[in-house]
Design a protein around this ligand. Sequence first.
Ligand SMILES: Cc1ncc(C[n+]2csc(CCOP(=O)(O)OP(=O)(O)O)c2C)c(N)n1
Length: 637
Amino acid sequence: MQKILPNIDSPEDLKKLNINEMNNLALEIRQFLVESLAKTGGHLASNLGAVELSLALHYYLNSPEDKIVWDVGHQAYTHKIVTGRKDCFGSLRQKGGISGYPKCSESEHDIIETGHSGTSISSALGLALARDHQHVNNEIYAVIGDGAMTGGMAFEALNHAGHLKTNMKVVLNDNEMSISGNVGALSHYLSNLRSDPTVNRLKEDIEFIINRIPKIGSSVSKTIERIKNGLKYVFISGILFEEMGFKYLGPIDGHNIQELVSTFEKAGNLDGPVLIHTITKKGKGYQPAEDQPSKYHGVSQFDIKSGESIAKKQKPTYSQIFGQTMLKMAEERSDLVGITAAMPAGTGLQIFADKYPERTYDVGIAEQHAVTLAAGLARGGLRPVVALYSTFLQRAYDQVIHDLCIQKLPVTLAIDRAGIVGNDGETHQGVFDFSFLRAIPNMVIMAPRDENEQQHMLYTALNHPGPAAVRYPRGEVKGVSLDDQLINMEIAKAETLKKGEELLVLAIGSTVYPALEAAEILDKNGINTGVIDARFVKPLDEELILDALNNYKKVLIVEEQALAGGFGSAVLELANKNNLNTTNIYLLGISDEFVRHGDMGEMRADYQLDTKGILQKANEIFAAGLEVESLWPAKSD
Ligand SMILES: Cc1ncc(C[n+]2csc(CCOP(=O)(O)OP(=O)(O)O)c2C)c(N)n1
């Protein structure tokens, strides 16, 4: 049989296919996705589950005139494939290649850029309102998963759209999964909708009957209204959405292209906002992903036959050390509780949740709620640790100020994936937390250079009587040995790791080891270099840092974070407050731009945040004429 996929370069090509050909195309796309992602890695299970949905949308709609807004955007690979990008999949998520998320610069069919969840309904409503202002006639579709639907933003947008009665469609892609199993009352509600086919069959008949009941006499009419409403509650599925002002269609089989298209047609004839509830299977068509959708949510390179990852991994990750430290701390403190916003596996909290389910709260994709919940738990006498990725903590900024810091509540923020995160790109970089947390009074901010310091810092944060954050990078640890006993570190105490005279590298977190390596090389090349691990961004070890600023000829501050408002800024403020000359202070960090996707090592190298970058910068500062390439040949951290 002749392959169909090679001839698909735009949504127009889909419209020439019949239903059988569309079904065959879905199979070809699944095979393409598995083969391609086995080489590059990426979001496998979510994309396998959204193939027919994406095809049906592009078959029915006229993109780019009609708009599709993808929530999170991690499930948009089929959309990318049918909008002319299938030949770019070899470079998916690689430096210079296509992004794993919608990117306006890649295609006119990518209308809204995403990466964080829960934004699609707001964006789609905005597009729909803009359309109405300009008297244009097009369809606006938001596609949102049941996981993303647990976030407050999704409900804020439903509430607003239902009130405005704007013409727009929301496709709820319900696969019962977030990254891990979906949680919460909404998830129960959706599962009831899914599992009650009798009710669903009755729905249209009942609606028809209700609408046929005539309006007569005012008192009779009131009673009839009440009966009508009562009947609705008993029989009409999707009442939650209906009550919010949406017409509810479904649930329908999200792998049945014919049914999807005819439901879109039906929705197209309805006025106002419509929610189409589709049921899909995460990982569909690839057995390992169907069996373990959570494991295959995001994958690195894997062997197709066994499904096993082929990435070499020798050391544990910082997330795993976080989980182990939680276990150690839980033995000592019965008031310790852990909170995750839908990421028990990713953050490493799972191991704690398995042992202490009653001390763990998975709040769904609701970072704001996670932080304020922690504040309440702390006020109530417990010691909460909120495990979040740096990028998602951005969501909860007001909560950190308003609910934690003003009230000085003892909550630990365990901030994972801080710094450059690699292949997920702009939306996921964790490079702003120093700046946004540093501005808040009462906040303590630490960053460990390795896993041993990480466990001690977590313990220190837990025992600190106010809010404290520990931020650590994505990926494998350094491989140092872990002390058995957790240590309560002195707050605002930096550590001198190497003494020198000419250059001081003032480093923090992931930049400390590269600084040490660079210092050894610089010493041998005539630049006597010292290294301090600052450990704390707030409060700073003012005494040690001021002493160093006074005694070294030059100081280079290196941080894996945006330069604006970061650790370097804090040191410059300190110098300024003490009337020191700052012309001998140099900064390395992330300049005023969003860091694109690519391998972590490559991206760190781009911003000179590795050993070689520090050598280059020192060479430049001292105009030393060193041949850095030969001192540190083609190796990046
Ligand atoms: C604000 C925010 N928090 C956490 C995440 C991490 N995350 C990415 S996808 C995902 C699960 C989304 O589930 P769902 O919307 O049901 O999509 P599915 O992958 O099941 O298709 C999570 C938690 C995120 N992208 N944004």
